[in-house]
Design a protein. Structure first.
Length: 339
């Protein structure tokens, strides 16, 4: 039996002191990793947050899930990552994505595959102390420090690219067996094409420890609608969830996944996502259920080749303190004993 590492997503939505206490509590309860998203208009700066977390903890792994190469130049990212890694030796993972919630609110476009490939090459070279030609100006990073580079991906092309260029992949397809297997296969294709070995996988999953999945699942409606809206309708259909969500949904700011008024977003998305569909989504794609059910799913993920799982609560502007407590108390101790 293989037990995956268990991480928690912590949006930088609170003052540093509050956030550090939360990370420290996750460390005390046995979480392996704390992942911080990066979106400059939604939250506090992710590297300032990581610095505070690094100074306030001793063991827990720290990472970005995720930053991007649009609002942050690769040279700036390399310096920031190296600086945090010095404070938390061996604990930092730099996760990168195309930039959705960072670029959309300021009218920029996400990174293309070619831009991701180039950015990864620049970052890796700089963090390894190699020279890089910036359009005729050759420079290098003083006192470099290598940092693992992970790529978040969901679509087939980006999954293959991640398998080709990244040190690890954050899978954004949830934990439903068929979509997860398909995503893992695309990563392997990319790794095989590049003649690389096995690429570590981290699966993201919304999580709630509850004995009333139907009630808790209603809050997932904006997440479910967003997946259907952005190319995930086929993956949902594999689990019997048929949705037809319009390309544009008015009345939600800044977007469905990061809605400031979550109750309003749930109400709006109820037009397309029924209670039954939300429950099916919670059971198939998320880790919603009793502590025992969640432990079983985590073991299955580990046995299926997933090396890490990072848990998310529903919401972007409060810390997942309740989730940390319930998972830390009711899930992790028995899971570790089994492992």
């Amino acid at each position: 039996m293989t037990v995956p590492k268990v991480g928690i997503r912590l949006p930088p939505c609170a003052p540093a002191g509050h956030l550090v206490r939360t990370v420290r509590r996750a460390e005390e309860l046995g979480f392996d990793q704390a992942w911080f998203p990066d979106s400059q208009l939604l939250w506090r700066d992710v590297f300032t947050t990581l610095t505070a977390a690094a100074l306030g903890t001793e063991r827990i792994g720290l990472g970005t899930a995720v930053t991007n190469l649009v609002t942050r130049h690769p040279a700036v990212l390399a310096s920031a990552a190296r600086s945090v890694a010095e404070l938390a030796p061996g604990r930092l993972t730099l996760g990168l994505g195309v930039g959705n919630s960072s670029v959309g609110p300021i009218g920029l476009r996400p990174s293309t595959g070619a831009e991701m490939r180039s950015g990864f090459a620049q970052l890796r070279a700089l963090l390894n102390g190699e020279d890089w030609d910036f359009g005729g100006t050759v420079s290098r990073l003083r006192e470099p420090l290598p940092v693992p580079l992970y790529m978040a991906a969901s679509g087939p092309r980006n999954l293959r690219l991640a398998g080709e260029i990244a040190d690890g992949v954050v899978l954004l397809s949830g934990v439903s067996p068929e979509p997860l297997a398909g995503a893992s296969a695309r990563v392997r294709e990319g790794a095989d094409a590049a003649r690389r070995g096995r690429v570590p996988l981290v699966a993201s999953a919304f999580c709630a420890v509850t004995d009333d999945v139907e009630r808790a699942a209603r809050r997932l409606k904006p997440i479910c609608a967003s997946i259907a809206q952005t190319g995930g309708a086929r993956a949902l259909a594999l689990s019997g969830i048929e949705l037809d969500v319009p390309d544009r949904v008015d009345g939600v700011y800044p977007d469905l996944v990061h809605a400031e008024d979550w109750d309003r977003a749930v109400e709006i998305c109820s037009r397309w996502v029924s209670d039954e569909a939300a429950t099916a989504f919670a059971r198939a794609f998320c880790l919603f259920g009793t502590a025992g059910e969640i432990r079983t799913r985590l073991r299955e993920l580990g046995d299926g080749g997933v090396g890490g799982v990072y848990l998310q609560h529903v919401g972007s502007y409060d810390l997942p303190e309740e989730l940390i407590e319930t998972v830390g108390r009711d899930v992790l101790p028995a899971l570790r004993e089994d492992g």
